[in-house]
Design a protein around this ligand. Structure first.
Ligand code: C5P
Length: 243
């Protein structure tokens, strides 16, 4: 299926709880749909990184908003279908999952001025090319008219176990208990945020991924997308990108 063969960009909203597999599934989906992938969580993480780098107070909403407005973002495809987010033309991807960022990102993401700026930038990116956009408010706020909305969830224990496994052996690796408490705290904070709280859109399909592999989730989603777009014959279901 090649979404970029369509006359106008098609947007897939992929929301879910922290560490529910959005970026794994989103990257695989973008590959199968031959479209772009944007992980908006990285944008909030990047704002947190820049705020800490510039020694901004996380209570100074106006300063955080000005910083968000002034920051530029673009997505680029890396090797083996990976996607890189460039922040002010810098690739800081491997600094965005540190314990400091995990601790502070939900606070930064709750600032309305930051959300306003980032939502505008996310819509701009989505208007240019067909995109799978992962986040927490894509279906409810950013792309309310997206023709396909997916919401991934899993128990907090499953999410923590997967994140521990996926990061073990690299510099982001932490013990299960540390990961569990960080994910729990973020999930609670994000769900209770006043502005754009984490929740599934009314028209989203909710998929519990506890007992599914990433491949199984992707197949489920692809079948939902083809039904939803009702264009299977037109787009084909061959998989890999051709461009
Ligand atoms: O997806 P990830 O867990 O990397 O997101 C990090 C944090 O960014 C979330 O816990 C949430 O606070 C914030 N976020 C958000 N809205 C989005 C994406 C992420 O508030 N669309």
């Amino acid at each position: 299926m090649n979404l970029n063969q369509k006359a106008a960009p098609i947007q897939i909203a992929l929301d879910g709880t922290p560490a529910s597999g959005k970026s794994t599934v989103g990257t695989m989906l973008a590959d199968r749909l031959a479209c772009d992938f944007l992980d908006t969580g990285l944008m909030y993480r990047a704002m947190t990184y820049l705020a800490l780098e510039n020694s901004l107070s996380l209570d100074d909403s106006d300063a955080l908003g000005v910083l968000a407005e002034a920051t530029s973002f673009s997505v680029h495809q890396g090797p083996e279908s990976s996607w890189r987010l460039m922040v002010n033309d810098r690739d800081i991807s491997n600094r965005l999952h540190s314990e400091d960022i995990n601790r502070d990102v939900s606070q930064v993401a709750a600032v309305p001025q930051v959300r306003r700026a980032l939502v505008r930038k996310q819509r701009e990116i989505a208007s240019q090319r067909s995109t799978v956009m992962a986040g927490q408010d894509i279906g409810t706020v950013v792309l309310v008219n997206a023709p396909v909305k997916i919401y991934l969830n899993a128990s907090v224990a499953t999410r923590a176990a997967r994140r521990t496994r996926d990061t073990s052996g690299n510099s982001e690796g932490h013990r299960y208990e540390v990961v569990l408490s960080s994910i729990k705290r973020r999930s609670e904070f994000d769900t209770n945020r006043v502005d754009s709280a984490l929740r599934p859109a009314d028209d989203a399909i909710v998929i519990a991924t506890d007992d599914l592999t990433a491949d199984e989730v992707v197949e489920k989603v692809l079948s939902y997308i083809s039904t939803k777009l009702n264009r299977t014959g037109n787009l084909g279901m061959t998989g890999k990108r051709t461009a």
